[in-house]
Design a protein. Structure first.
Lengths: 425, 297
């Protein structure tokens, strides 16, 4: 057997081992590891598109979605932070940004934000959520309006409805007409956040000021006040008008029947547009507009997602974070991302006349600008924007129990809500 | 060869001790840590500042825990009793020298092989009034038939019982069958010669001699019941509102979803205490029995 000279073998192995490292030292591609809850559907498609954009700018994109609701993603994030290996960027939202930024070091984005002149074009509520302690630590990606009403066109035709109800009284009248015609008036699901969302839409429609005091400031008098009681009464009506089999179901299970006209109206956030589009439904299948507002003026219940950047020592990740920040703050990010998800771009200077946006999105973006001017933007409760998780979960428990227990009176429900808030305050 | 002798003496220790030590460390150390955290002010991350019994009192005051412990009582009792009755019935029937006994045993034991998540999901579809049994019976013609327990907040827990009993009956049946077969044949023959009918035979001879097996099955089923999590989550997701929430769900919810480690740990410790209430008397009973048998022998 011919033997290779030992020296040659040693030299060859050494070169083999050194080779990759030598190549590595020459080209540090910006890399980013991202975790989010967007694993499928229109959200998954949008973040995949962001990944492709990142890679086209020369970066390495690694996205590990955690399917489920936001809390599942936050669990994984916490596990990674405790293990000392946080992702370069993760989805986070609302007051959780302030709370979580205390448990692990985050990147100070002030220089990048100032260079892009970003702060001037973002609504004030989002700025204050992204700068909880005076420095930019998160970047908003998209905004949604929660208090949106979708009406199945087939159901509307059956009851002769041509325009959306403007107040809760009109809404209730239309719902009664639908019920008489054999249509189930409300197509919402029966999950915890859905039940909480219906109550907050009712309260926002009754009085955004009461909403601000009760939900965002947890003012006891407002929680026990007449507007809150009225919202509970409206919530009882919603519960009676829902499909009896709705308990525990996601609203998307009712979509086929909703589009066929067996269910009439859906009170959901703007992302439902993205869900409808992804499921193959056209704009002509439904009507969309703001949920009823009793005083006739626009109010905007805000939900938004943000990316928070965790400090990493490796240069690769730091470059990746800078690149991701640049992409997210750019003017063309809004159209690219939001046309897939159905959201509203964060930058108020985005050209909404772009044909990729639907009329519903344009209307919602216009509503956000108008509400911003009249200071009637409120933060969503059920979607973890107004309060941290502990308080939100306690309130949602009371609301979901109220919806599924028809023997609880609105007064009792209101009392329980105030008690639950006191317990966790 | 002393080397080999020494090695063959050390080897069993090497094989047995590391796993035992690791398992003990896993069980004891983490339990101790959880008990410690339940007395601290931990929320999102562990925070080792003492907070006394505040977590326990606040957990006991939440509706989640109150509903969960009531559900555990209802579910535990119904599940154990019904499973034992079903299991015993199936075992007695199979014991009647049926022809395809192996086949029947396999068929009834099969549900145990299905995961709780699958059981919960499929039973959730079956029990849903719009797509399951109620709809089937409506389509067959009985328009007035109602079986919508799963959306009724007072009856939803019984749906969980149904799914749980379906899954665990086979397991109880297998154990009872072994117990039935282990009765001494002489005893049976003597009773038959004395003229005892089948029912008398079972009641007076077979079941009493199976006493220890009843207790063992009851203990195993009780701890199945206490550990139930995935079945409830898959079947009702915690029920209409909070109606079918169980202590394990409350622990998971508070610890991981709400970032309230302290209160979640307190709930976990209370769950461990309820398990101890079941297992400690059983351990004492076994010691008492062993002592009694030693005294008799």
């Amino acid at each position: 057997m011919p033997t290779m000279p030992r020296r040659a073998v040693l030299a060859g192995t050494a070169a083999l081992l050194a080779g990759p490292r030598a190549l590595h030292a020459q080209a540090i591609k910006p890399k980013v590891t991202v975790i989010s809850q967007w694993s499928s559907g229109s959200d998954g498609a949008a973040i995949t598109a962001l990944g492709k954009r990142f890679e086209s700018e020369g970066g390495i994109w690694e996205h590990n979605p955690v399917p489920g609701f936001t809390t599942d993603m936050m669990n994984k994030l916490r596990a990674q932070i405790i293990a000392g290996d946080p992702p370069a960027a993760s989805q986070l939202k609302g007051p959780e940004i302030a709370v979580w930024s205390k448990i692990a070091p985050v990147v100070d984005l002030d220089p990048l934000v100032q260079a892009a002149g970003y702060e001037a074009v973002v609504p004030a509520e989002l700025v204050s959520l992204s700068k909880p302690y005076g420095h930019w630590i998160a970047l908003p990606i998209q905004a949604y309006r929660i208090n949106t009403l979708f009406v199945s066109r087939k159901a509307a035709d059956r009851v002769g409805m041509t325009k959306l109800p403007a107040t809760w009284t009109e809404f209730n009248a239309v719902a009664e007409k639908m019920k008489a015609a054999g249509i189930i008036p409300l197509a919402n699901g029966g999950l915890k956040w859905d039940d909480g969302m219906k109550w907050e839409i009712a309260l926002c429609g009754i009085s955004p000021d009461a909403y601000r005091k009760a939900i965002m400031q947890l003012d006891d008098a407002a929680l026990k006040g007449p507007e809150s009681l009225e919202a509970f009464r409206q919530l009882r009506k919603f519960a009676d008008w829902s499909d009896p089999g709705a308990a525990g179901q996601h609203y998307s299970t009712f979509l086929p029947r909703y589009m066929k006209g067996e269910l009439g109206m859906l009170l959901m956030g703007g992302w439902a547009q993205g869900v409808f589009k992804h499921a193959g439904f056209q704009l002509s299948d439904y009507m969309v507009g703001p949920a009823p507002q009793d005083d006739g003026k626009i109010a905007f219940d805000l939900n938004s997602d943000e990316f928070i950047f965790w400090q990493k020592k490796e240069k690769q990740f730091q470059e990746g974070q800078a690149l991701l920040a640049k992409i997210v703050m750019a003017k063309d990010f809004g159209p690219m991302y939001c046309q897939i998800t159905g959201a509203i771009p964060v930058r108020t200077d985005t050209n909404m006349a772009d044909p990729g946006f639907s009329d519903g999105q344009r209307e919602a973006a216009g509503a956000m600008t108008e509400a911003k001017a009249s200071n009637r933007i409120v933060l969503s409760l059920a979607h973890n924007m107004a309060q941290p998780n502990q308080i939100t979960a306690a309130m949602l428990d009371v609301l979901t129990e109220y919806v599924h227990n028809s023997s609880t009176s609105p007064e009792e429900g209101q009392k329980r809500l105030a008690m639950a808030v006191d317990n966790v305050r | 060869m002393t080397g080999r002798e020494r090695w063959s003496r050390i080897l069993p220790h090497l094989v047995i001790w590391p796993p035992i030590l690791v398992s003990c460390a896993y069980a004891l150390v983490f339990s101790a840590w959880t008990i410690w955290v339940s007395f601290t002010r931990s929320t999102l991350l562990p925070d080792y500042r003492w907070s006394g019994f505040r977590n326990y009192t606040s957990m006991l005051a939440t509706r989640n825990w109150q509903i969960a412990s009531t559900n555990l009582l209802i579910y535990g009792t119904c599940f154990v009793v019904l499973t034992m009755v079903m299991g015993l019935l199936l075992a007695v029937l199979i014991d009647q020298c049926v022809r395809a006994e192996n086949l029947f045993r396999a068929v009834f034991l099969y549900p145990m092989a299905v995961s709780f998540v699958v059981t919960g999901t499929v039973w959730g579809w079956l029990l849903n009034p719009s797509i399951g049994i109620q709809k089937l019976v409506h389509d067959l013609g009985w328009a007035g038939f109602r079986f919508d327990w799963v959306i009724d907040r007072n009856k939803a827990i019984y749906c969980v019982v149904i799914a749980g009993v379906w899954q665990a009956s086979g397991f109880a049946m297998a154990l009872f069958l072994a117990g039935l077969r282990s009765v001494e044949a002489d005893l049976l023959k003597a009773a038959q010669i004395d003229g005892a009918g089948a029912w008398r035979l079972y009641r007076r001879v077979v079941f009493p001699s199976m006493g220890p097996i009843f207790i063992a099955v009851m203990v195993m089923l009780l701890q199945f019941a206490i550990k139930t999590y995935d079945l409830v989550v898959a079947l009702t997701g915690g029920g209409p509102g909070l109606a079918t929430t169980v202590p394990t769900i409350v622990v998971y919810d508070f610890m991981f979803q709400r970032g309230e480690l302290g209160r979640g740990s307190a709930a976990a410790v209370m769950l461990l205490a309820s398990l101890a209430v079941v297992l400690v008397p059983y351990a004492l009973y076994r010691r008492w029995r062993a002592r009694r048998e030693a005294a008799h022998a």
